[in-house]
Design a protein around this ligand. Sequence first.
Ligand code: C6P
Length: 416
Amino acid sequence: MNAKVNTPAPASVPTFADGIGRADFPILSRTVYGRPLVYLDNAATTQKPRQVVEAMVDEYYNANANVHRGVHYLSRQATDLHEQARDTVRQFIHARSTTEIIFTRGTTEAINLLASCMARRKQGGEVIVSAMEHHSNIVPWQLNGFKLKVIPMTDEGELDLDAYDTLFTPETRAVSVAQVSNVLGVVNPIDRIISIAHSHGVPVVIDGAQSTPHMAVDMIEMDCDYFAFSSHKIYGPTGVGVLYGKEQLLDQLPPYQGGGEMIRNVSFDHTTFNDLPYRFEAGTPDYIGTHALAVALDYVSGIGIETIHRHEQDLTHYAIERLSQIQGMHIYAPDTLLASASAGPVSFNIRGIHHLDLGTLLDRLGIAVRTGHHCAEPLMHRLGAEGTVRASFALYNTRADIDTLAAGIERVCHMF
Ligand code: C6P
């Protein structure tokens, strides 16, 4: 897993020396400990453009009312914004119908919803996950009584698809994998993962938390059965997420939570349930958040997800090139990261320096990176690491941010 040095930027990449849209993100002009903020923790959450924050303020000031419940003007206006947001999401991920778009609190709740509803439909069985999953794609299955089978990972950070094919049994209920690893940044071969699962008659859940903000995702082309992502990782507000599911599969699942909105008729003896997608959306939804998510997706579409992808891919490649020149540097799975067209995060350690110390000292230089196990403890065990330092990029980052990071790391190295 050694880094290639002097990796050239991919051909025909337009370089955005000043990042993209920086002026839309007021927080990027602030200082931290008297130094300009260099925000490289975008895989944890992205910063929000003015357009998103202003849309939230505007709705609270001018159009706030509970949705789907009132005949009055404001309620209808808020309902329209909420349902238009559902259609914006549908278009963004290229789903067939808004009935397939369920609003959740985030990726975590989306996977919990699925695990819980699948278990309620039929107890027990096995779910295949990969060695590089986030805890939110491990624990919900365990909590709901599924046994996990794990696709192993090679030393190069690639999933072993031959081994994967042998994991299916008559008990396999689902395959659930991340499209992009939140630690290694590699893009997993989900096309093959999905086609192998389908050849066994097994549905596939894709955790799109780290892919949707960085690359085009298309539900029809991908042909996954379920897909989850979080608003806050794609410039939208916190507390909102999406679960996509094929209509014929969602139709077979029992409801998730009980309450308002998810019912058709209620009596003390018997309750009947609403149609899709409302059957899975009990209670007042975060309609301000869903509208703001739509504004964020429009913001991304306005720039073009392909443009964002190419810019971030350039940053990832440049980061690998710069960081691999530092003595004692160990970057995790750089060759696979480069080969998989990823625009993902870069994880590393410096020999002799604890990741927490490095992260803390970088922070004093105004550089925000994430340290620790990144909610992927099984992957850390596989890598033989207690934790890593992770730099992750967004559209507003620049090569200069990476130069600052590299200079910061070298400075810390000299202190040790
Ligand atoms: N990863 C990170 O710093 P939520 O918290 O529900 O928005 O997303 C959960 C989640 C699920 N899958 C993947 C691949 C993820 O990366 C995350 C969130 C953040 O890596 C916070 S731990």
